[in-house]
Design a protein around this ligand. Structure first.
Ligand code: TYM
Length: 333
């Protein structure tokens, strides 16, 4: 079986973008692959963070992975900081990664502008840590949203460079392929159809979170940005909000784009919004129920993470040893 690897940062609100761009695709493809899915808590401190929140945000995300339908017969779930090989490989790869490759990353430039003078070395190094996450598991496929595409190109470049410099005869690192589903790859903000839905947007109204109550969902959809045009259509560049809301409806209802195009072509917003509200509430309901059922079972979650850590460590340490050998390190005795 081919191997899949992916992760999410434990920073606060898990929203429909994370679900439709990532988690849902992991779940849908899980029988086909051997899956390694983790909580990227080392990435979470690349920008200033709240220590009091980190552990509970991590725990919540693990419970959500399970609530969304990840099945332990196909998937290994673990926490990045529990497997020290991630940090260690990052150092080794840092030393073969040209500085300008990192300075050119779009997300770095965007986040660096926001951080002003507080830009850490870690923020610059973020894509090398992500590269280590992927290469340690010799992943074939990395299912992510559109915003991670450039990071995956960098991962391939670093792997190829390592193999070229240190493992010419027999490659040590596998070059992964991104798995980016067209629909849902870029869920947009409810407040502005030209910006992506994001955990870091200061406005709560810009996103729908997986754990929002029906009342919150209803309120957010009621207040979301629309336009004054009657009749709803996909793919009109003048109507980014319309396209985004129709796409959400399509993905959450399970209908096809063609069906939704016909269903909504004569609708006004007053008719569409309640429909989207009801569909969203119904789509999230089973996830929320399952989440409630498992989140208090600390023993269970801990056992998932203990197993996950052991399985992940076994594979990660093997790759790490191969990398060290290729670099010429004296083996530990
Ligand atoms: P993060 O935590 O920002 O986002 C987690 C996943 O959700 C996707 N996503 C979206 N998809 C569609 N529309 C949106 N508005 C939207 N917002 C977020 C992201 O593309 C991602 O798939 N660096 C990664 C975490 C990471 C990782 C990895 C991923 C660390 N190491 C190794 C894959 C492999 C991140 O910050 O994602």
């Amino acid at each position: 079986k081919q191997r899949v690897l992916s992760g999410i940062q434990p920073t606060g609100d898990y929203h429909l973008g994370n679900y439709l761009g990532a988690i849902r695709n992991w779940v849908e493809g899980q029988n086909e692959y051997e899956n390694y899915l983790f909580v990227a808590d080392l990435h979470a401190i690349t920008v200033p963070h709240e220590p009091k929140q980190l552990a509970s945000d991590t725990y919540t995300l693990v419970a959500l992975y399970l609530a969304c339908g990840l099945d332990l017969t196909h998937s290994t779930i673990f926490v990045q900081s529990h497997v020290s090989a991630h940090s260690e490989l990052t150092w080794l790869l840092n030393c073969i990664t040209p500085l300008n490759w990192l300075q050119d990353m779009i997300q770095f430039k965007e986040k660096a502008v926001k951080q002003g003078e507080n830009v850490s070395v870690g923020l610059l190094d973020y894509p090398v840590l992500m590269t280590s996450d992927i290469l340690l598991y010799q992943a074939d496929k990395v299912p992510v949203g559109e915003d991670q595409k450039q990071h995956l190109e960098l991962t391939r470049d670093i792997a190829a460079r390592f193999n070229h410099l240190f493992a010419k005869d027999q490659p040590v690192l596998k070059l992964p392929d991104p798995l980016i589903r067209k629909e849902g790859a870029r869920v947009m903000s409810l407040a502005d159809g030209t910006r992506k839905m994001s955990k870091s947007d200061p406005s709560e109204l810009s996103r729908i979170n997986l754990l929002d109550t029906p009342e919150q969902i209803q309120y957010k959809i009621k207040r979301c940005k629309t336009d004054p045009i009657r009749g709803l259509t996909f793919d009109d560049p003048e109507r980014p909000e319309c396209n985004n809301l129709l796409t959400l409806y399509t993905l959450l209802s399970g209908k096809t784009k063609e069906e939704v195009a016909v269903e909504c072509q004569d609708m006004g917003w007053g008719q569409f919004k309640p429909l989207l509200t009801e569909t969203t509430i119904n789509a999230l309901k089973p996830i929320q129920e399952k989440y409630q059922a498992i989140t208090d079972d600390k023993t269970y979650i801990e056992s998932v993470l203990r197993d996950g850590r052991e399985k992940a460590q076994a594979i990660a340490n093997q790759t790490l040893s191969q990398v060290k050998a290729a670099l010429g390190y004296l083996a530990p005795v």
